[in-house]
Design a protein around this ligand. Structure first.
Ligand code: BTN
Length: 250
């Protein structure tokens, strides 16, 4: 039995309708290989961060999830959402989308308004083999009815001279994520620090970081090897792990 059999490396689970593409992959982690994806035209219970609903009207946008296994637990995945942000910016720029960038730690902005969101969920042991599902929602063409339901400034790709082909976008994204996650596993977040700065909408700008009741102001100057945001303040450069960037520059 020396004959080499071709094996299918990755699969795409495609649905016209599903509750959540993240939910689907999380329910099937035992049958998946790193790099498998799930895509749907409509999500009846799309999930956003902080328990929010991700409004997912039929056919309008890209709703996709990507599976990856980390053999050494959650610690190995620290900063993963920043890597995914870099991957998204790389892909969208390669398709000719200008004015695109990341907003620490999890969002993708186009012309200073939210274009895409990332939701990472895990199953399994946090300290041994851990299965991660990276969910990505990209606004392609927002309807006025949907726009009314969203409580923050948003953007979509409909102003582009030509909307990217959804299948092409999905395949490019899957390939880029495989490349970037392999690099991340080998070298950690330090392999992405320069790329992050290049993608960061606020790099070199004065920003205000809101942390509950408190806030801190400084010049945004990248991320450290754990994914904390670096701010140049009057007391020197400091790293912050939590908080949210206020959209109005300080
Ligand atoms: C955010 O709140 O910014 C994250 C939104 C993530 C939405 C995507 S759409 C595909 C995947 N499946 C889900 O249920 N959520 C993510």
């Amino acid at each position: 039995e020396t004959a080499l059999k071709a094996s299918i490396k990755n699969r795409c689970f495609y649905f016209n309708e599903i509750n959540s593409t993240n939910g689907f992959l999380l329910e099937h982690v035992k049958d998946l290989s790193s790099g498998d994806i799930c895509v749907a035209e409509y999500q009846s219970a799309g999930r956003g961060r902080r328990g929010r609903h991700w409004v997912s009207p039929y056919g309008c946008h890209l709703y996709t999830s990507f599976y990856w296994q980390f053999s050494q637990g959650m610690a190995q995945a620290m900063g993963l959402s920043l890597v995914v942000g870099c991957s998204l910016v790389t892909v969208l720029r390669s398709l000719g989308v200008e004015g695109i960038g990341v907003k620490w730690p999890n969002d993708i902005y186009l012309n200073r308004k939210k274009l895409a969101g990332i939701l990472i969920e895990m199953s399994g042991q946090a300290d041994s083999v851990c299965d991660l599902v990276i969910g990505i929602g990209i606004n392609l063409s927002m309807s006025p009815a949907q726009a009314d339901k969203i409580d923050q400034p948003w953007s979509d790709l409909s102003e582009l001279a030509q909307l990217p082909d959804k299948t092409e976008l999905m395949i490019a994204l899957q390939r880029q994520l495989v490349t970037d996650l392999e690099l991340f596993q080998r070298e950690g977040l330090k392999a992405f620090q320069a790329r992050w700065r290049e993608a960061d909408l606020f790099d070199g700008e004065p920003i205000k970081l809101l942390m509950g009741e408190n806030s801190v102001e400084g010049i945004c100057c990248g991320i450290d090897e754990q994914g904390a945001i670096l701010l140049k303040t009057e007391e020197g450069t400091k790293a912050f792990v939590g908080g949210e960037i206020s959209m109005r520059p300080a």
